[in-house]
Design a binder for this molecule. Sequence first.
Ligand code: UDX
Ligand code: UDX
Length: 481
Amino acid sequence: MNNKKIKVKNICCLGAGYVGGPTMVVLAEKCPQINVFVTDIDKKKIERWNSKQFENLPVYEPGLSDLVKKCRNKNLFFTTDIQNAIQNSDIVFISVNTPTKTQGHGAGYASDLKWVESSARIVGQFAKGHTIIVEKSTVPVRTAELIQKIINHYKTDELLTDINNKKTFSVLSSPEFLAEGTAIKDLEFPDRVLIGGDDNDALDTLSLIYQEWIPIKKIFRTNLWSSELSKLTANAFLAQRISSINAISSLCEPSGADIKEVSKAIGADSRIGGKFLQAGPGFGGSCFQKDLLNLIYLCRFYNLDSAADYWEQVIKLNEWQKKRISKIIIEAFFGTLSSKKIVLLGYSFKPNTNDIRESPAISIALQLIENGATVFIHDPKVSESQIRNSIEIEETYQKTKNSINDNWSYEKDLEKIVVDADAIVIVTEWEEYFNLNWRGINKLMRRPSWLFDTRGIVNAKELEETKINFWQVGKGFLKKE
Ligand code: UDX
Ligand code: UDX
């Protein structure tokens, strides 16, 4: 607990998504003396944040609904009244989406900053008195400059004495490092938080808020650009570790090495460390690919082509891993999947979240469908409509749709979904898939039956008394009749 008094009374956040929502919920819980207004332009999303049924919140995160229950309408408010929220706030967090541009200059690599820009304008327009703007969205380096340039048009002379009409701003960067599925824990006990900026008063103000629950030694002050670049770099390094271990998994399979043993052996070296060494079907999620593309764009912008190519390889390897796994499945059925029922267990990009953005399950499903399979999908949290949106907008799906009608289906019941399946593919390591009764499932599947474990969660011993053929990432074919 810090001794200095927090002067901030009201905070608001623009963007009530996966980042803005949980971040503000935790802030409200840790700082009951501050009113927190979470805004979004999406009216339906705000309605869901205000829903009486807590299972309807737009974001699923372990522990989130309990905190919303505790704070909502006390010091935590979800609202579409953006103007009012900004007017009353001492600090405005910007947590709107920054997707990769799909057209125009930098398409496919650069971030589209139109939402950040419109957020800066709206803050400039409605803010009163002195307002601290905090970039929470992951942004390319020097975005704070863009925000500063925009709001400079709205600020009044600092010497103006008429407080009612006075408008001044400070811009800080404080990127979020939460991982989905563990967002609440990550926010409550972060490894570190970054605050980048050059206005010491603003830095102190934000630091005091974080100090309510985070030890001061974990609050790092940097310049604006270091803070922005640190976020991109952290995600690039994490993604690179996954591509590295996935590259090694492909080498383990034909050579007889075991990826788990290799991961353990290298992870025991304290310089390498044991985390993020889990081979899988490739990384997904909204951040890794987008941030890598951003970094590549920046390197190219500064004519650092070799650095750009280096990071681009991390993405290429990730794409390759997804295709490599689909190919193994297709080849196990001698190149044709038509009239094969293939069950995908898991569709979210990782467990404990309903988020499917960039999930490897999407491309694996599409590649199987493209090769004639009928794909049956199970996921404990992802809804049928989310799956529909992700599959049916894809060109691959549209092409195959004319020839085969119902080539995917959703099933909530794990016992039903495996009936007559030719293959089961574990794509996400949800807890319910760890201890499946393989002897029971064996009786329900069609022969020859296959299990492809892309997450390495099934113990080969459990399949010994079954007729199920078994392939596992980083180990290869453990059972093949
Ligand atoms: C997003 C970015 O993808 C990420 O890079 C950044 O670090 C944080 O913001 P996330 O919260 O996961 O991450 O995105 P999303 O769940 O899409 O939420 C963004 C929200 O902002 C959406 O609900 C959207 O409606 C809202 N939004 C967008 C606004 O409220 N105002 C706008 O002008 C634009
Ligand atoms: C990531 C960063 O971890 C977080 O700090 C940042 O703020 C946002 O991006 P997130 O995308 O939510 O978080 O999940 P993360 O746990 O990093 O996993 C990303 C992907 O990598 C998932 O698809 C996951 O399955 C995969 N992964 C992760 C592996 O394949 N192996 C691993 O060892 C770890």
